[in-house]
Write a protein that binds this ligand. Sequence first.
Ligand SMILES: [Zn+2]
Length: 111
Amino acid sequence: MSNSKYKNQANKNITVTLPKDVAERLLLLRKLGCRSELFTAIQNHLEAIVSMYETHSNVNQHSWKTAKVCPECKNGVLLEKARKGDVKPSFISCSTFPTCRHSESLKKVEK
Ligand SMILES: [Zn+2]
């Protein structure tokens, strides 16, 4: 397994575990000195996948920028979410849901 570490705005490390074959192929391509346009294409695809995931989970992708560490579990970050069927986010909840069920009304947070 290969882990890729990312740092988000809340300065929290996120570890992404790739399937072994995908990680090995990516490593091989990197060793081959793959052209930068290809990596841009890969990054664009990854961004599209993450966006789809966010849409599916009703997570407002812009909330990552201001995400604060969850006060309850101190492990997840608070993300803006919309209720099913709604477009506008109305609450924030812990990114580790359902492990941590902390949530706050968005109006309460904006005060
Ligand atoms: Zn939490």
